[in-house]
Design a protein around this ligand. Structure first.
Ligand SMILES: NC(=O)c1ccc[n+]([C@@H]2O[C@H](COP(=O)([O-])OP(=O)(O)OC[C@H]3O[C@@H](n4cnc5c(N)ncnc54)[C@H](O)[C@@H]3O)[C@@H](O)[C@H]2O)c1
Ligand SMILES: O=C(O)C(=O)C[C@]1(C(=O)O)C=C[C@@H](O)C=C1
Length: 361
């Protein structure tokens, strides 16, 4: 691929554009809001000048409800040799395009399984998709050349291609993305009117559970409107679990020994089923989850601290597999959790202590 056109230069469009530009592809950027395209250009994601003729691949990264309109417009003006969209739902946009009677052989619906709770080009990064699944939904009418262009994009973004049927994709993301998003919103909603004395105790657990509740509601209304049935089915199951859990907790409150025992069994069951589901969440690069050990370091909230820790870990010959930062509420300090291979944990701990870092258990 030599040229690409990104239509919609928000978080996802600009992230893909950055990755392509970094791999030497000439990327043209356009957005309904020219300011967004200018910002993406300023970030080095490409040029906001229109291409001189058809590009190799047009990437539509507009909100889901507009994807069919934007694609149809690009196809009708012959903007590219191949067309993809990156919307979080796949069945609806394809059916809308089919209903318009367009030739869809040059189109593939795709979905990178990576994102953030922030929108817009300023939240974009060229490595957003690295190691993450990127779903492709070709049909038997899809041109091989277009499939290859989409695979080249995914390879440039260092993502992992996964081929699926559009409706099977929508059922799968209902389980792993759409239903969890709503549950996160419902947990976060409990905080809206909670007392300040409780909210200031927020630790890492609630931060993990509620991060995605910060996402743009307009985008999520589009996503959920295009996949309501599968999400409602899953929430029905969650509601049944909730009812059982409440019953078990009421049992634990009871003065009757038998009810307390049943309550304990009920709670243990939901927690164990949670463990069994959680271990199925794939690890980095889509591999089976791996057990890393955590080395926790207390840092001052000052510029350059993370860079120094990473440099010190590098000098000790230790590869950092993952990292988390826990900010202490109301304090100029944070706890950095460095995830490393178990055999590297002692080496890293000793090296960081030697260099004066405060290690926490
Ligand atoms: N945010 C995520 O985590 C995530 C992850 C994977 C896929 N997606 C999908 O990617 C797409 C973009 O999401 P985002 O998070 O980048 O949103 P965003 O809000 O950051 O960006 C969307 C951009 O599209 C532009 N736009 C709106 N209407 C347009 C039109 N008619 N023509 C051209 N541009 C238009 C907006 O001005 C905005 O700059 C959505 O379809 C979404 O479902 C999002
Ligand atoms: O914010 C994140 O971490 C996300 O990855 C967001 C997430 C997801 O649920 O996995 C959200 C919607 C997209 O369609 C894909 C990714």
């Amino acid at each position: 691929m030599r040229t690409a056109l990104v239509i919609g230069t928000g978080l996802i469009g600009t992230s893909a554009a950055l990755a392509l530009t970094q791999r030497g592809v000439t990327v043209h950027l356009t957005d309904r809001d020219p300011e967004q395209a200018r910002t993406a250009t300023a970030l080095g994601a490409g040029t906001d000048e229109a291409p001189g003729g058809p590009v190799d691949l047009a990437i539509v990264a507009a909100p889901p409800a507009l994807v069919a309109d934007v694609l149809a417009d690009a196809m009708e003006r012959g903007a590219a040799r191949g067309y993809i969209d990156v919307a979080s739902v796949k069945g609806g946009p394809r059916r809308e395009l089919e209903a318009r009677g367009l030739d869809l052989s040059a189109y593939i619906g795709t979905h990178p399984m990576s994102g953030r709770e922030k929108s817009g080009p300023l939240a974009a990064t060229g490595d957003l998709f690295e190691g993450r699944p990127w779903v492709l939904t070709p049909t038997r009418d899809t041109d091989t050349e277009v499939l290859n262009l989409a695979l080249e994009l995914i390879s440039h973004c260092r993502a992992v291609p996964v081929v699926m049927d559009a409706d099977a994709h929508d059922r799968a993301v209902a389980l792993v993305s759409h239903m969890p998003h709503l549950v996160s919103s419902m947990v976060a909603a409990r905080l809206e009117h909670a007392e300040e004395a409780a909210v200031r105790l927020c630790g890492q657990g609630i931060r993990d559970v509620t991060r995605i509740a910060a996402s743009d509601p307009r985008m999520w209304i589009d996503i959920l409107s295009a996949n309501p049935g599968p999400v409602a089915d899953l929430l029905t199951d969650v509601a049944a679990d909730l009812e059982e859990t409440v019953r078990a907790l009421r049992g634990l409150q009871s003065s009757d020994e038998g009810e307390r025992r049943d309550g304990g069994t009920g709670i243990a069951s939901v927690l164990r089923r949670g463990n069994a589901g959680q271990v199925r969440v794939p690890g980095k690069h889509g591999s089976a989850p791996r057990a890393y050990e955590t080395v926790a370091v207390l840092i001052d909230d000052q510029p350059g601290q993370l860079a120094r820790i990473f440099a010190d870990a590098g000098m000790a010959g230790v590869n950092i597999e993952d990292v988390r930062i826990e900010h202490a509420t109301g304090q100029q300090a944070g706890l950095v959790q460095l995830m490393v291979e178990p055999k590297a944990a002692a080496v890293l701990t000793a090296a960081l202590k030697d260099r004066g870092w405060a290690i926490r258990q």
